[in-house]
Design a protein around this ligand. Sequence first.
Ligand code: MOS
Length: 758
Amino acid sequence: MSPEIASRTTQPRRHGSNAGQPLTRRDGVLKVTGRATYAADNHPEGMLYAVTAVSRIARGRVTALDVATAKAHPGVVEILTPANRPPLAHDPEEKMMPFGFRVEVLQNDGVRYVGQPIALVVAETLEAATEGAALLNPQYEVADARTNLSNGDRFDTASVSIGMPARTAHGDIAAGLAAATHVIEADYATPAQYHNAMEPHAVVAEWDGDRVTLDMPNQAMALSCASYAAYFGIPVENVLIRSPFLGGGFGSKAILNGPQILAILAARMLKRPVKLALTRAQMYGPVGHRGRTWQKLRIGTDSEGRLTALHHHAVCATSSFDEFLEAAANASLPLYESPAILVEHEGLRLDTGTPGPMRAPGEASGSATLEVAMDEAAVACGMDPLEFRLANYAETEPGTGRPFSSKALRECYSEGAKRFGWAGRPLEPRQMRDENGFLVGWGMGTAVFHCPHFPAEARATLRADGTALVETSGADMGQGAWTALAQIAAEALGLDPDQVEFHSGVSSLPDGGIAGGSGHTASAGLALNNAGEDAIAKLAALATANPASPLFGAGNIGVVARSGRLHRLDDDSRSESYVEILARAGQAEVIGTAKAARDQEAAAAHAMFSHGAVFAEVKVDPDLGQIRATRLVGAFAAGRVINPRLVRSQYFGGMIWGASFALHEEAITDHRTGRIMNADLAEYHVPVNADVPSLDAILIEENDPYVNPLGIKGVGEIGITGTVGAVANAVWHATGVRVRRFPIRIEDLIIGRDSSRK
Ligand code: MOS
């Protein structure tokens, strides 16, 4: 089946504004009926299977591989090792661009983390390739694993995440702390987390001469095409990526990784299509993760409970050979007003795979600790945590003075608190019990997320039958992008969404930008909107210039597109359908194209963030310490809502992820070997249905005319940011125990109050 599935909605026609309609997902039926094809569902003729053999040591080198035995196994076709691996046109130790991480593609016999590919076995069957990999029996020269704060190499860094400054200072921190009535100072730790998308990283690579077709899940198609072209020494237009569906990306499918490059290389070497799909365990290494952090916060407050100083310091883990540091401390920059703010980061090299972007990279880890520290500061001041936030949230962006788009945050606080029933919450902890004797606690946190905008392109074709085809390459990660983007395009074209065929997920289409940073709807959406407007303008030109049209001569007056017709602006009764205009002109179609990017002047003048507030209830068994998040209410202001059903679903996903960060997720390393002990979905805890609290997400209306002409902000990641702290603060309120490492565990509540033992 072709992966280039286009779809239409099968829903009743709606009239009026398309944006704002809670349409169900266009791809929903395809997905629930198993007709949506993922990368590994492809089986081109003559295809071989590739399996990576991976290192079981964290540092050292491979001294021997039993290639002869593995190669003799029936069905094994070829084994790539550093000894025979064909050359690549780009040095994998060289960073190609800020977003291009160094990759491990058998460039030498060195080992830099557990799970690093050390060979690629290619065979006629998956079973033969798997067995071949098992027969390689690697021998190692082992060096000590550096996998902890105590033995990793600390280093100074100028930048964190991708090109963000590592240090930012406003005002005088020492003076601010000296002037404070209360100072809280505490250390916090956040764990390594792995994306664990349901769909594994996979690729089916097929070469035709020096052209290659790659079926792979991909969040950043244009960037990836350029990178693959560089690695394989071919023109960028010779790389075709098909990524119609993703079974979750979360950031890990936005960057290149070694196993996929090796599979593509094997396909070229063997002149046959090759498929590679990582196992769950193999995704704990070469495809990125959220790196560990150790954070210190110092908050000074005056006698009124206003901040006098906010100091956030983070040590952020990365690999021994590349840098991706969680921009954790930067979470303290945009939110709270203080005469002195200092955020700074240091790096820590560990023998792990390189971390990468993962769902609210930076903000998730940083706002988790900031919101707990703010709770501690509120307690120190004897203030209700909400009252404390209201006394301290910034009216303009700290440091720049750029105005936030609105006072939407205040509305998030008040609407969220109202829906949750926050009023009357006792200040002291351990005051509430439910009917079963469980300790009950309420906590809150502020949510904030920036609004990136990626350059994007789109095409809109109005067809003679009055329908349209709109196209942009960006992939749908499962969040419902197809649906929301088609609604935006339909709006611009003056059509119903079910008259719009939407086509994406193929790199040959106009560049849809990156499906990441919660910026996809705004980025690709603006391009689609502009392409639609371009098509309408061309159609209008056909009509207004033709004396036979009722719109003749309206050129200077203008027309408006509505329900498949153009109407004169000065006389609504004079109109003509798209079908009639194209028929008279004898044209089969009119094509609109557009590029869209952020208005840099607007960005320089206005702070651009989504805002929110999250309120959490937890219940704790007083004897066992077992914690359950029972209720989450989030109120979010994120600009214009295109599809409230999908937006609410994104908020729910973010809030569940936040609860997961607070209570469940952690990759645990055996520091003797550097191995992750829970590299599977049985022991790497993510919330199952029984862990998911009652959820409520309130959509606060916000009109931000500056963020982009459509007023759209991101909704994918913000739900995580307020929730982690809210849940942790609720645990304190239930128990009186302040836990400063994540995830919060039973033993943190039972063993005692010193939670900094990691
Ligand atoms: Mo993301 S971490 O922007 O997929």
